[in-house]
Design a protein around this ligand. Structure first.
Ligand code: TRH
Length: 397
């Protein structure tokens, strides 16, 4: 018997791709690039070379990476330390597809070599995700180079048709379904993460991944005084100090002496920051996820659970229209009362208004139902890596 493979899933073996990533801060830049690089290599059969300027940030997501090596192969991706802005690889080889992530500047010598290549590469600038309406108008627009006969296309991730969509691995839904239907997998996850069994069904289980946030003290106090037990899972990071203060501890991280603390109805666990593929099961283990930035925001949507977004703050509050644009998409199918409560809560978590947990929590069943329909809607936009590969191939013809 032969196995038929549809053209859509046939790997494009000969496509070489260089992906350049400058880490601005935190983990989102490399988080998105690492996920995209693996998907292009594993799902599309591309030969991917990933240039990254900060191997230490990368290693947090990928512990197999050796930060002392200039060049190494990890999970089928060739990783090069982009050690100076002018560094353009051990050998100057121009790929078929060149992706500069988040407007990082390509080495000038590399751009000159792109222009000199007989067959011009497909040059893409992968932008940050925004749910705003204008994104669809700008997605895939070309921008001619001022000096060379080269055009760069802007590739815009987004949440609506006509945009580049967001990253989603082909195996993701099946992995989540396996986790959800296996009590053993769930129990093993809780044992590894918290040294204990899963909590009872009466508890609301919440993950908390966020930037420093003045609203967190009030939220912790409301969880402490809540009617139902709250079990909080906190990956070590920028919010951990607030937890330590709340519980009167010197620290609240994976290596702290105390990794579990209780006050009133609230029980919190300090978790280690896991490698990137370990983050999804944390989302699946929870009833509600607090996420931030870009990549965790996307993963929360594929987890099909209610979530609260701490958007990456920008100067002049430029992030607030982006927050509202995401709310408009996600909230549009909700009845008015839960929709308004969602907006109030997301706004308050992002510095506008006072947080009211009870007001939000009463609608959790409505948000859980919406989370599933929203994931279906989002899937219609198509996976970003697939959309990108399709566009690149159309240009390479
Ligand atoms: O870390 P972030 O805040 O990243 C960014 C950057 O700040 C970037 O400059 C900014 O422009 C962008 O946000 C919008 O949040 P994000 O995007 O969610 O990235 C976090 C990554 O960390 C994501 O890939 C998931 C991963 N992660 C783990 O691998 N293990 C963990 O334990 C946790 C909690 C997260």
């Amino acid at each position: 018997m032969t196995t038929a493979r549809s053209p859509a899933s046939a790997p494009d073996r000969r496509i070489a791709c260089d992906l350049f990533c400058a880490v601005i801060d935190n983990f989102g830049d490399i988080g998105v690039c690492w996920r995209l690089a693996r998907q292009l290599a594993h799902e599309h059969g591309w030969q991917v070379r990933l240039f990254v300027d900060d191997l230490h940030a990368f290693q947090k997501l990928c512990p197999a990476l050796d930060t002392s090596r200039a060049k190494q192969s990890v999970e089928g991706v060739l990783v090069e330390h982009w050690h100076t802005p002018t560094h353009a690889g051990d050998t100057l080889q121009i790929a078929d597809v060149v992706i500069e992530a988040f407007a990082c500047e390509l080495p000038p010598v590399y751009v000159a070599a792109m222009a000199g290549r007989a067959r011009k590469p497909v040059w893409l600038n992968l932008e940050y995700l925004s749910a705003e309406d204008w994104v669809a108008d700008f997605h895939l627009r070309p921008s001619p180079h001022p000096r060379y006969a080269l055009a760069k296309h802007f590739f815009f991730p987004g949440l609506s048709p006509g945009t580049g969509g967001v990253l989603k691995e082909r195996t993701l839904d099946a992995a989540r379904a396996d986790f959800e239907r296996s009590p053993e997998a769930r129990a093993a996850w809780w044992q590894r993460a918290t040294d204990g069994p899963p909590p009872g069904a009466d508890a609301t289980v919440i993950s908390l991944f966020a930037y420093e946030n003045p609203a967190v003290d009030s939220l912790l106090a409301q969880w402490r005084d809540a009617e139902k037990p709250v079990v909080l899972l906190v990956p070590e990071g920028r919010i951990s100090g607030a937890l330590a203060r709340f519980f009167g501890l010197p620290s609240f991280g994976a290596d702290s002496e105390v990794r579990q603390a209780t006050r009133g109805a609230l029980r919190a666990h300090a978790l280690a920051f896991t490698e990137q593929c370990g983050y999804d099961p944390l989302l699946w283990a929870c009833d509600l996820n607090f996420v931030r930035g870009e990549d965790s925001f996307v993963r929360a949507q594929w987890a099909t659970r209610p979530f609260v977004w701490h958007i990456y703050p920008q100067a002049d509050a430029a992030h607030l229209p982006k927050l509202d644009a995401a709310l408009a998409h996600y909230g549009r199918a909700l009845p008015e009362a839960p929709r308004a409560a969602l907006e109030r809560f997301w706004h308050a978590w992002n510095g506008r208004g006072a947080l009211d947990w009870a007001d939000f929590a009463q609608h959790l069943p409505a948000y859980a139902a919406r989370a599933s329909t929203w994931a279906d809607e989002l899937a219609q936009v198509g996976d970003l890596a697939g959309n990108l590969a399709e566009f690149a191939k159309s240009q390479l013809k």
